[in-house]
Design a binder for this molecule. Sequence first.
Ligand SMILES: Cc1ncc(COP(=O)(O)O)c(C=O)c1O
Length: 387
Amino acid sequence: MEGQVLFFRDTWAEVDLDKIANNIKAINEVLPSGTEMIAVVKANAYGHGDMQVAETALQAGASYLAVAFLDEAIVLRKKGITAPILVLGASRPEDVKLAAEKKITLTVFQEDWIKKAQDFLDQNEKLKIHIKLDTGMGRIGIRSKEELKAIESLILNDERLLFEGVYTHFATADELDSSYFEKQLERFNQMIEWLEVRPRYVHSSNSAAALRFPAASFNAVRIGIAMYGLSPSPEIEPQLPVVLKEAFSLHSRLVHVKKLQKGDKVSYGATYEASGEEWIGTLPIGYADGWIRKLQGQEVLVEGIRAPIVGRICMDQCMIRLPYYVPPGTKCTLIGRQKEEFISVNEIAQKLETINYEIPCIISSRVPRIYKRNGETIDINNSLLNK
Ligand SMILES: Cc1ncc(COP(=O)(O)O)c(C=O)c1O
């Protein structure tokens, strides 16, 4: 059954595509007019699902997609995406033929790379290129005028290479102190002046910069985290000109419920001990799903009430202390809303001492993604989830 997800374990992530579309529209409204949006769907759209997010983003107003690696772009092409796709990371020069064939735009930042790549392109093939400038991120990119001049001239002198864009990436756009950001912006402005030709796309901003610094928008912005409804960092959240809505939630159902007596133990190492009569429920999710052992103690929502994970998290299961007896099959929410209670992606990130970006990415591919559009669940054949 095409487009349907078949699974036999009641643990799933839900991705609300309406929220993604609304986030994109809200972001577009605050961008300087004429700014194009490049939707960043690398890493399986930050764990949300590349194809579904790509389609939603394009329908909602994005005009370009970006991924980290050529592999990810090829997967999108295989799934039927025809929109332009930019590969943000490094590609191998020997793979340019494939990129040209699939109309995938590559990022370029080394003279030698271009010389090698030229040997792999046939006379009539065309490869779209964005030049990457390192203005202070220190990751990939051209740093000097000489390098930039040499690369630009190689591109302009080869009809097979289409100089379509130039860009950079900010290291601190999500920090309250904007001084380093400003230095990078100044450097970018300086470096693009060195170009002989101004390409069609000039872009520098990620979500944080796009939402905070309109002067850095040039004519396109690369939006990742904000599209998924998450703030690029907690400290800039109050400054954001849009209200973002989280699209990702995570759910499971109790597979076993039992009453423990005082002194009874739970899980590996028998580290948890019931302090009296307690109802303990078992959820079929564990560290192999990305629900890692460090989440011991984190709360889960059951009937809108917070219930802590007790004992060690196992590879495929974990146990929670229930507020009262609830039957097996009861839906539990690990990320998301139940009644008045909400467990945000940020709460999980804080518990894991990391950034919100990491959370949907680490929920492994073993957890099926279920999609909601127009308020309805799509790609689903498991009627249990509709209850
Ligand atoms: C080069 C580049 N541009 C844009 C983005 C999107 O950033 P954000 O998710 O903060 O919007 C990323 C993601 O890390 C990136 O690496």
